[in-house]
Design a protein around this ligand. Structure first.
Ligand code: ZN
Length: 110
């Protein structure tokens, strides 16, 4: 079983590391080496997004397939729906019962 707290820290650390590399990359002089590193950075970002999507799925999050790698849909309590994180998509999956409400089910008939 994956610890979601640890997973969130792992995702954040991975993203921070790549952001740092990207910042360092912008300072490099133009040339073949800079282009090569740019491709490696893109590969690393794709790998991180893929692992994030896989982790989100394992943790029970819905995935929106509007792009690849897919983005996890996050719960928005105000709208009572799962929302895609891609602003260009904006998919809303409204549900009657929020996540974690399974145990609170009541029977209509006594
Ligand atoms: Zn979407």
């Amino acid at each position: 079983m994956i610890d979601p707290t640890g997973a969130a820290g792992w995702i954040s650390a991975g993203k921070s590391g790549l952001d740092l590399l990207r910042a360092a990359w912008t300072l490099m002089p133009k040339g073949a080496e800079k282009d090569r590193i740019a491709r490696k950075l893109e590969e690393a970002e794709l790998a991180l997004e893929l692992s994030n999507a896989k982790l989100a799925k394992e943790l029970g999050f819905r995935l929106c397939q509007c792009r690849f790698p897919p983005l996890p849909m996050l719960w928005d309590n105000a709208r009572r729906a799962f929302v895609c994180q891609n602003a260009a998509c904006g998919r809303l999956d409204a549900v009657e019962k929020p996540p974690g409400a399974r145990g609170a089910r009541r029977r209509a008939r006594a």
